[in-house]
Ligand binder design. Structure first.
Ligand SMILES: CC(C)(COP(=O)(O)OP(=O)(O)OC[C@H]1O[C@@H](n2cnc3c(N)ncnc32)[C@H](O)[C@@H]1OP(=O)(O)O)[C@@H](O)C(=O)NCCC(=O)NCCS
Length: 356
């Protein structure tokens, strides 16, 4: 796509389900602004073969930083250079039935990832078959919630697959990781040994249920498991309700986006509370909704740039949307720098545009 306007304006208007939305200024919750700041930056998603080289480089860096604390020797170099190759990782990524790689990016840079192996029984209890085989956060980005966010993504993925528990092993001297897992509710379940260069290293085996309630907030890409909740939020709004005439068009567009695009969702305490979504066929923001119980906390303000980013990546130089006049959504978009370009003929909704 060349960039610029695609799609006629009447088509754009018909497809939009833009709705009810709060401004983020009126934060009623302590710490909400801090949460908003880091959440706008951390994006979680499934890693693909295109990420393999970055995963290999990050793994090498984190592994050496964690374990080669006395310096580098041949055994370490041989291990990382043979274990963490883009080729090996892309082969592993391709085995989707057996593994899942979840990445975390910040400003389009990889900052951490987690690997789940679904066919790796715990030596302490073979009934527990799913292992968190890797969880690496680049040192510059530790203690910022990346590890917690990756674990919560993994928990969600396991629940979707009806996996009740997962396990992992951690070097008994890796005190930072042990404290981290302890903080996140993992319990000791025996030991196993990792051999390198003829030396045996004790690893603690830890395990946790995947039903443990999540307790943080994050922005992530929706999975198919989120569909009912996304519909619930769409139908719960007080303004910009869906008109009966537009239900089927909106449903068709939503289906297309589920298959081809991205619903960005805000998850909090294990439940999705808002979403933003762009239609990359016509340059519109197709929806931006926050559950009424969570309005006024900056959720829309945090989500909208991600949907706009999708449009920019698809080649658009500006985004379009429409919304009902006199709504909080109108005030939100004006405050967010959107330009009022006129009214939609059919129902007088305001058509807004913003440069990307
Ligand atoms: C262990 C590791 C994954 C933690 O990731 P992280 O992004 O720094 O962790 P988070 O910021 O998400 O921390 C989540 C919670 O754990 C706590 N935590 C994290 N590291 C901690 C530490 N070193 N000591 C005490 N608590 C710690 C945090 O305070 C936070 O709790 P809070 O939200 O209640 O404040 C990361 O340090 C890492 O990649 N280390 C090197 C590789 C490694 O050892 N991986 C594990 C191999 S099994």
């Amino acid at each position: 796509m060349g960039g610029g306007r695609l799609g006629r304006r009447d088509e754009i208007a018909q497809n939009s389900i833009l709705g009810d939305d709060p401004l983020g200024h009126r934060s009623k919750m302590p710490g909400a602004n801090r949460g908003w700041q880091w959440m706008t930056e951390l994006i979680y998603g499934e890693a693909t073969a295109e990420d393999a080289a970055n995963l290999a480089a990050l793994s090498t860096q984190v592994w050496l930083h964690t374990y080669a604390t006395a310096g580098v020797r041949n055994a370490f170099s041989n291990y990382v250079l043979s274990e963490f190759t883009a080729e090996k990782l892309s082969t592993d990524i391709a085995e989707k039935n057996r593994r899942l790689f979840i990445k975390c990016e910040k400003s389009q840079h990889l900052v951490g990832y987690l690997r789940l192996d679904f066919e790796s029984p715990s030596p302490s209890d073979p009934k527990v078959k799913t292992e968190i085989a890797t969880l690496y956060v680049q040192e510059h980005h530790t203690r910022q919630g990346v590890g917690r966010g990756l674990l919560e993504q993994a928990t969600l993925a396991c629940r979707t697959r009806n996996v009740p528990d997962f396990w992992l092993s951690v070097n008994h001297e890796n005190h930072n990781a042990i404290r981290f897992y302890d903080r996140l509710g993992f319990k000791r379940d025996g030991s196993m040994y990792f051999e390198l260069d003829g030396e045996k290293h004790e690893n603690f085996i830890l395990r946790r249920s995947t039903n443990q309630p999540a307790s943080s907030r994050m922005i992530r890409k929706a999975t198919t498991a989120d569909r009912p909740r996304i519909s619930e939020i769409r139908n719960a709004v007080r303004e910009n309700k869906l008109s009966p005439g537009s239900v089927s068009t909106v449903a068709d567009t939503a289906l297309w986006i589920y298959d081809n695009g991205t619903f960005w969702v805000w998850e909090e305490d294990g439940a999705v509370q808002g979403f933003a979504v762009a239609d990359t066929r016509d340059g519109t923001i197709f929806g931006l909704f926050v559950h009424p119980d969570h309005e006024g906390r900056g959720i829309a303000r945090a989500l909208l740039p991600l949907a706009c980013g999708d449009l920019k990546r698809a080649g658009f130089t500006f985004a379009t949307l429409n919304t009902g006049p006199g709504t909080r959504a109108e005030r939100f978009y004006r405050a967010d720098g959107w330009t009022d370009t006129g009214r939609r003929d059919a129902d007088g909704e305001i058509i807004f545009e913003k440069a990307l």
